[in-house]
Design a protein around this ligand. Structure first.
Ligand SMILES: Cc1cc2nc3c(=O)[nH]c(=O)nc-3n(C[C@H](O)[C@H](O)[C@H](O)COP(=O)(O)OP(=O)(O)OC[C@H]3O[C@@H](n4cnc5c(N)ncnc54)[C@H](O)[C@@H]3O)c2cc1C
Length: 303
């Protein structure tokens, strides 16, 4: 405690459910909101010294936290220093790890920078989107990345261009083993604010029509090669299947909605049932896109 700045928040047994969009899960044994880079360094050093596992929490929109919580240190970039989104000129934007995607989308529109419209409606922050290579409407995060500043798996600070990363569908190898601090994002083209806003509005209405409004963690499964998880779930009549208050959405088959009071165990059981049915009907084995915190999918899924 004395080694971090007075503005660094440190808590014990901090509930995590209210920090996720699906609103499920237990507590973090240790929880920190570093106020600056030096706090972050102290926290990582402490975790190493005392041999705690550590985990970065973004806006919790792609996570299922175990009912038992996380027995380690959760770090969240919600202090103002981590939410900076500024123009660097020449179509480029600096976005810190805690910056909200929605804000970047709006900022780009206001500055006449095209190419960020797909971020509309993805309820995450920059760090989580870099880690997941979040995508929609035919674009993904690494389309707009120029360089990323991060701490690598050995604890070394790195500032690397896009070409240095191994990225693909919902995965960026280097960032999944490290901590993203922020990125320089760049726009392919300029456009008028009005036409950018027009595209944002049209993406937003298609999301409203196709996605449930209830508490969820977004798409629960990755799309298997050559098919769509949501389409398979729909085709085999799995929509509406439920365990406790967790239900496969009637609006979009690849969303599991928490109607209030669902546990992580309910969601896990539902994931098992959906997978088993899809496998039996089609042979496809669906892999979770949502990350399980405090347990591992390998542990809870039979294959
Ligand atoms: C209604 C809804 C719609 C969605 N639509 C989409 C969509 O269209 N496309 C899409 O791709 N996703 C979608 N998602 C999922 C989710 O919003 C994205 O994956 C998002 O990028 C996750 O960001 P986050 O900040 O919430 O990350 P979190 O869920 O908090 O974390 C996700 C992962 O990122 C890691 N992480 C977080 N911050 C950092 C950091 N600074 N450094 C390293 N790792 C970090 C976490 O440790 C975790 O492994 C949707 C979710 C919801 C609820």
């Amino acid at each position: 405690m004395p080694r971090v700045s007075p503005d660094c928040k440190l808590k014990f047994h901090e509930p995590l459910a209210n920090k996720t969009t699906i609103r499920i899960g237990g507590s973090a044994r240790f929880y920190a909101e570093p106020a600056n880079y030096s706090d972050l360094r102290v926290l990582l050093r402490a975790a190493e010294l005392y041999e705690f596992k550590s985990f970065c929490l973004g806006r919790g929109s792609n996570l299922l936290v175990s009912d038992h919580g996380f027995d380690g240190l959760v770090i969240r970039f919600s202090a103002s220093a981590w939410r900076r989104v500024v123009s660097l000129g020449e179509g480029r934007i600096w976005a810190s790890a805690g910056g909200r995607l929605k804000e970047i989308c709006g900022f780009a529109a206001k500055n006449g920078l095209a190419g960020f419209e797909f971020l509309e409606g993805i309820p995450g922050a920059v760090g989580g989107a870099l880690r997941m290579n979040a995508g929609a409407m035919g674009s993904w995060m690494f389309d707009v990345v120029e360089r990323v500043q991060f701490i690598d798996e050995d604890g070394c600070y790195q500032d690397l261009p896009k070409e240095a990363f191994h990225f693909g569908y919902r995965k960026v190898e280097e960032i999944s083993r490290g901590i993203a601090l922020g990125a320089v994002l760049c726009s392919a083209d300029g456009d008028s604010e009005a036409s950018i806003r027009g595209r944002i509005d049209s993406y937003s209405s298609s999301r409203k029509e196709s996605q449930p409004r209830g508490a969820s963690a977004g798409c629960i499964f990755k799309n298997p090669e050559g098919n769509y998880a949501g389409k398979l779930i729909d085709e085999y009549g799995i929509k509406g299947m439920s365990v406790g208050a967790a239900e496969v959405s009637e609006v979009h088959g690849n969303f599991i909605v928490n109607h209030g009071g669902a546990s992580a165990a309910d969601v896990i059981e539902l994931v098992q049932k959906v997978r088993a049915k899809v496998k039996a009907e089609s042979g496809y084995i669906l892999e979770p896109e949502v990350l399980l915190v405090g347990q591992s999918w390998d542990e809870v899924l039979s294959e």
